[in-house]
Design a protein around this ligand. Structure first.
Ligand SMILES: *Cc1c(COP(=O)(O)O)cnc(C)c1O
Ligand code: SF4
Length: 337
């Protein structure tokens, strides 16, 4: 992140970078912004810095003021309960280390490979399975990026590259344009997919030049956003999604089922309707990856299956997401039936 200070290049930085530089990094400041008394919550809040709080103002603005149980706040507020060690919760629950094909390149499933061009995110979700990932070797550049692209060029069975991370939209427009054009030169690639939370937490990231990159790319752009609650799809996010659609991007959403956030059939149904209104396919509802520090978000499988039955009873089939879990070594995400 750029240092504070008003030099000229800061003035020239795009809006999203300026907004990111002003993101909340301390719980007391965020709580004060929301009209909450941090003294009364101090007992529960964790101030350790190993996975520090990070919350853009645009995401904070979607939270309900004065509500310590707000479902958006709950996703990002560091709590002492994250320190509790729980049996079955590991540092690498999805076995990413085993799927590494090159530095910053993972392949688990046929036809698609996942490239991590950066370890950075615009928001730190407390339940994230990558919270302990060794990001130091992601974000390949120079010779290492050449190696990754060569690995992809040699892997003729791969037709889709997924940019994930971290969050690939943390790269700036010129870096993304360059990466995209190098990927487009690999003849057997057909689709370019991005897994990103930025249209939700920092909608100003969807710039005109990003949309131009997608519109002009030979590869078909697919953007999988990550929203867990209907309150995350406010006007600025819906406008960002409309800009993405307008440049030919196909939009999907994946959510994580989280206790105290969206473990409620009415909330999940409202999310499904809001996604449809925004032109986004409600793709996956993930059972939580069992990562150390996230046990307090877990929703038991039997409760998850009951919620799915309630959703099927409320919604047309095309609005019902697939409930899945990631299992190490499986050939795809595993559906829960
Ligand atoms: C989840 C994931 C994918 C994408 O799976 P889809 O079912 O195609 O959405 C691809 N690669 C890796 C390593 C993944 O974890
Ligand atoms: S990778 Fe996604 S879920 Fe994890 S912290 Fe970043 S934005 Fe949140």
């Amino acid at each position: 992140m750029r240092p504070p200070g008003g030099c000229e290049s800061d003035e020239a930085a795009p809006l999203w970078k300026r907004e990111l530089a002003e993101a909340f990094t301390r719980a007391p400041a965020l709580l004060a912004y929301l009209g909450l008394d941090s003294a009364s919550l101090a007992r529960d809040i964790d101030t350790a810095r190993d996975f520090p709080m990070l919350v853009p103002r645009s995401f904070a603005d979607a939270m309900r003021r004065g509500d310590p149980a707000d479902p958006l706040l709950r996703q990002v507020l560091p709590l002492k309960s994250e320190r509790k060690r729980v049996a079955g919760y590991a540092r690498d629950p999805v076995d990413d280390t085993a799927a590494r094909r090159a530095p910053g390149l993972l392949q688990k499933y046929a036809g698609r490979a996942l490239l991590m061009p950066t370890g950075a995110c615009a928001v730190h979700c407390r339940y994230c399975f990558r919270r302990h990932y060794p990001y130091a070797d992601s974000g390949p550049r120079g010779k290492r990026l050449d190696d990754v692209l060569q690995t992809l060029a040699d892997a003729v069975d791969i037709n889709e590259v997924i940019l994930s991370g971290g969050d690939p939209l943390m790269l700036d427009d010129s870096a993304l344009a360059e990466l995209t054009s190098r990927l487009a030169q690999i003849a057997h690639l057909r689709r370019l997919r991005l897994h990103t939370r930025l249209p939700v937490v920092l909608p100003s990231r969807v710039t005109a030049s990003l949309c131009r990159t997608f519109a002009e790319c030979r590869l078909r752009p697919v953007v999988v956003i990550h929203a867990n609650h209907p309150a995350e799809l406010g006007p600025a996010t819906r406008a960002a999604l409309a800009r993405l659609r307008a440049c030919g991007t196909v939009l999907f959403n994946q959510s994580v089922l989280l206790r105290g956030v969206n473990d409620d059939a009415a909330v999940l149904a409202a999310l499904a309707e809001a996604l449809f209104e925004a032109g986004v396919v409600n793709y996956y509802l993930h059972q939580l990856d069992r990562v150390e520090g996230a046990a307090h978000f877990e929703v038991p499988d039997d409760r998850a299956l009951t919620l799915m039955a309630e959703l099927r009873a409320r919604l047309p089939g095309y609005l019902v997401p697939r409930l899945v879990r990631e299992e190490p070594g499986a050939p795809s995400k595993t559906p829960l039936l």
